[in-house]
Design a protein. Structure first.
Lengths: 389, 135
């Protein structure tokens, strides 16, 4: 079958690979219907995630149809149209049972790699490096889905593939940030990043009752989507000083909840961006926390900062003094999608969450390398490239 | 490496003290399921007198803590590092108890695997992924 393989820094190829098979009895094989780029893939492409291997099939956000199930799969059937959570979770360990599904104890067979890197292993994730299990990704015609009863969610009739696709990762990731960031009715919420995840975090904050939601970015197309499709306010940081603007929008207090949806390759017009960029390019630091710093400085006293953007290693010049003296809560997570996806699909069926606008460019899987180039450069107003296998 | 070791503790010296240390894993099942009637899980029982085992209920709702200490020869029967054997078996016991089978990462769909230095490093890390880390 055809699949999109990482072949080196900023290199992708469509290659012929073996079709997946049922390996464990709780597996399903899913025929991929749609699969999309994610901003976090760019960290893989750029070589900032250190455990990628030439030939790895990438992609983790997808929708498909079940074509085969293992003998222990009891709640899913061949023919089911399913959104599959990008994180793999067993549903049986303490973390899954506690709702922290992306921390699953039993879905990352390469547990020693992240334990050495981070002191503990998160669960596995499709197409996202060997530290996250080495699982083959979704930019392929077929994909193996372990623990299918847990991670493959039937899509309600009436919800289109184009909408349900983003219930796989962007929407539940955004919901994870808003929910675990503690968004409450009446809150002012600021979101850094107007990509798919940032937009979905903003939408989740609104649905959780936030009084005012402001999304910060510099790309006009994305900011326009936030205004027109999500219904939140925007700040263009290339023309506006973010910190005073946020204070102005929050009665001088600062946002109650600050959600960072940018990650390790943040951009800024501030001087610390130059500092981060130099250290990053020289591989003297693994991550550029430029947006995180701003979120910590912007947040009101006693407020909450939530990291949704992906970070892999160590950062420099972190404002720990602000965190401690302002009594902030800092939390981060990969998405705990299993706890949110059924609710999100229901809301999609009721048009409370719409996502089709994110798919600005749809193309055959064979054109995925060009789709990623467009997505990386954000050319032609690209928000997400979507591939049809 | 000398700087990293004291910070993370994940890369430890190859000392006899470390080999004989208790290694503990928490399993989200009641002790009656892990050790019915005081019986040991089969994978642990197979290690015989090479190990000491302490199985007890975990605090809170965490289930059962299974602690294993290697007291056998410095090399396991298959020549492996005893620490590797203990870690692998503990993981196996946990997965069998919690999900009924051991998750297999292979075979998987993958493209051409060029022999690059970084590729070899990743291959080695994956091959050793049941050996190191915090246990």
């Amino acid at each position: 079958m055809k699949a999109v393989c990482w072949t080196g820094v900023n290199k992708l190829e469509v290659q012929e690979v073996a079709e997946p098979t049922i390996v464990n009895s709780h597996d399903a094989i899913v025929k991929v219907l749609l699969t999309t780029t994610c901003g976090s893939d760019l960290h893989l492409l750029s070589g900032y995630i250190p455990t990628m291997r030439g030939g790895d099939v990438i992609g983790h956000e997808f929708i498909g149809e079940i074509v085969e199930v293992g003998s222990s799969v009891t709640n899913r059937r061949v023919g089911d149209r399913v959104t599959v959570c990008s994180f793999i979770s067993c549903g049986q360990c303490s973390y899954c049972k506690g709702g922290l599904w992306s921390l699953c104890d039993n879905s990352n067979p390469n547990w020693a790699i992240p334990e050495a890197m981070w002191g503990g292993a998160p669960g596995g994730c499709y197409g996202y490096s060997h530290a996250m299990g080495g699982w083959a990704g979704s930019h392929a015609e077929y994909i193996r889905v372990p623990y299918a009863d847990q991670g493959a969610f039937p899509v309600p009739d009436g919800v289109s593939n184009e909408r349900a696709l983003f219930a796989s990762d962007a929407a539940p990731t955004g919901w994870t940030g808003a929910d675990l960031g503690g968004v409450s009715p009446g809150d002012v919420v600021a979101v850094w990043g107007a990509g798919g995840v940032g937009q979905m975090a903003a939408r989740a904050a609104m649905l959780l009752g936030a009084e005012r939601v402001v999304v910060i970015d510099r790309f006009a197309e994305r900011l326009r989507q936030v205004t027109e499709k999500i219904g939140a306010e925007t700040l263009d940081y290339s023309t506006t000083e973010v910190l005073p603007a946020l204070r102005e929008l929050s009665g001088g207090r600062g946002p109650d909840v600050c959600i960072e949806a940018v990650g390790m390759e943040a951009h800024s017009t501030r001087a610390d961006y130059v500092y981060d960029q130099v250290k990053h390019q020289l591989r003297m630091q693994t991550d550029r926390p430029t947006a995180v710093r701003e979120a910590v400085m912007a947040c009101r006293k006693g407020g909450s900062v939530f990291l949704l953007g992906v970070f892999g290693g160590l950062v420099d010049k972190f404002p720990l003094g602000a965190l401690m003296n302002k009594s902030l809560t800092l939390r981060g997570a990969q998405q705990h999608g299993h706890r949110y996806i059924p609710m999100i699909l229901d809301r999609m069926a009721r048009d409370e969450i719409t996502t089709e606008h994110l798919a600005t460019h749809t193309m055959p899987l064979s054109e995925a390398p060009q789709g990623y180039a467009m997505f990386k450069e954000k050319s032609d107003g690209c928000v997400r490239s979507v591939f049809v296998p | 490496m000398a700087i990293v070791r004291p910070i993370y503790g994940a890369l430890r010296q190859n000392s006899a003290e470390d080999i004989g240390r208790w290694r503990t894993l928490t399993i989200d099942r009641p002790i009656e399921e892990i050790s019915p009637g005081g019986e040991m899980p089969a994978a642990l029982a197979a290690l015989g007198s090479n190990i000491e085992i302490d199985i007890h209920s975990a605090p809170g709702n965490w289930g059962t803590e299974v602690a294993v200490r290697w007291v056998g020869p410095k090399k396991a029967a298959d020549g492996d590092d005893p620490r590797v054997v203990v870690r692998r078996v503990l993981r196996e016991v946990k997965q069998l108890a919690e999900v009924g089978e051991v998750l297999q990462g292979q075979p998987r769909s993958e493209g051409k695997r060029p022999a690059t230095p970084t590729g070899r490093m990743v291959d080695r890390a994956e091959k050793n992924s049941d050996k190191g880390a915090v246990l």
